[in-house]
Ligand binder design. Structure first.
Ligand SMILES: CCC1=C(C)/C(=C/C2=NC(=C\c3[nH]c(/C=C4\NC(=O)[C@H](C)[C@H]4CC)c(C)c3CCC(=O)O)/C(CCC(=O)O)=C2C)NC1=O
Length: 169
């Protein structure tokens, strides 16, 4: 599992280079955004349960078929599995946000996920919608907490949706 710093060092070490201008710029921008990343992670932590609950109810409002008898989130067990999955996406997004790197998402979340979803008939499109709804809710809450740099939040959520959606083709 890597973060912005360790992945940069690895790239330079492979070719035995000192940290050049580009490396310094990358590091500087990571450290400059560090406080905002940590503050946003704290907002997520303080509101995680509410964010998941709100995002799920918006998702089921937008796509009510999911919780109808033929839907994948129908039955209490599957409904709970769906909310648990959303909670996973939110929690790992907060890790990737602090790390400034999506490696943790590849390693812990996305590896083999699509195959699992396909074999269980969990629909990818609505999952992507659920992740995007959480991103919006988080960005709003983070902005309300006075953190202006909310675009930092795009990367982890967009990465998960891109990886899930793209490979579904
Ligand atoms: C930390 C990394 C991690 C992830 C991401 C993960 C996902 C994950 N979701 C699963 C199931 C599931 N996932 C869903 C999710 C949904 N159904 C819908 O219609 C919605 C679109 C969506 C919620 C947004 C459902 C309903 C199941 C149960 C499916 C079944 O058993 O039939 C399963 C199968 C095993 C199980 O039920 O626990 C896995 C492995 N597990 C992990 O360890």
């Amino acid at each position: 599992m890597r973060d912005a710093v360790t992945s940069l060092i690895k790239n330079y070490d492979v070719t035995g280079r000192y940290l050049d201008r580009d490396a310094i710029d990358t590091l500087k921008s990571y450290f400059d955004s560090g406080i905002a990343r940590v503050q946003a992670a704290a907002v997520i932590n303080a509101n995680a349960a509410a964010i998941v609950k709100q995002a799920a109810s918006r998702l089921f409002e937008e796509i009510p078929e999911l919780i109808r008898p033929s839907g994948n989130a129908y039955t209490t067990r599957r409904y709970a599995a769906c909310l648990r999955d959303m909670d996973y996406y939110l929690r790992y997004a907060s890790y990737a946000l602090v790390a400034g790197n999506t490696d943790v998402l590849d390693e812990r979340v996305l590896l083999g996920l699509r195959e699992t979803y396909n074999s269980l008939g969990v629909p990818i499109g609505p999952t992507v919608t659920g992740i995007q709804i959480m991103k919006e809710l988080v960005k709003n809450q983070v902005a309300e907490a006075g953190i202006t740099n909310t675009s930092l939040l795009d990367q982890p959520f967009d990465y998960m949706t891109r990886e899930l959606a793209e490979k579904n083709i």
